[in-house]
Design a binder for this molecule. Structure first.
Ligand code: ZN
Length: 137
């Protein structure tokens, strides 16, 4: 669904409550919260998870900082989800973007009326499309 955003599940947030105000190696944190070590490193590199690097280049994450980060990110994602409109698309390169217009393609679907919406990303011109419920009016 949201490809290039961190995935903060309720379970992850619950587990993060048990983290202590101390530094963890990604492998230790991985065991505590059940995320892959690589995922933790990616969150630190790209998604603002507070971390420090020691002299040998190893990443350390403070448990309390992780908990606060996870809760802030999940609030942010909730707001994004609630405020999304028909004109909001997800570009694989740029993340969420808003377009001024898009094309509607009817989809034959025996279960209900659906459409495929397509548009070009206003930032990188990448083709984007998504499925949506058709409007009945
Ligand atoms: Zn784009």
């Amino acid at each position: 669904m949201i490809k290039d955003n961190p995935r903060i599940t309720a379970r992850l947030r619950a587990k993060s409550l048990l983290l202590l105000n101390m530094l963890y190696k990604p492998s230790e944190l991985s065991e505590e919260v059940g995320l892959a070590k690589e995922t933790i490193i990616r969150y630190a590199d790209k998604f603002g998870l507070p971390s420090t690097k020691d002299n040998s280049g190893h990443i350390w994450v403070n448990g309390k900082a992780f908990r606060i980060w996870a809760s802030e990110i999940s609030e942010e994602l909730k707001v994004k989800e609630l405020t999304r409109t028909e004109n909001d698309f997800h570009c694989v390169r740029c993340g969420f973007v808003t377009v001024t217009s898009f094309e509607r393609h009817p989809v034959n679907n025996p279960i209900g009326k659906t459409e495929r919406h397509s548009a070009n990303c206003p930032k990188c011109n990448n083709k984007m499309s998504k499925f949506a419920r058709a409007k009945n009016d």
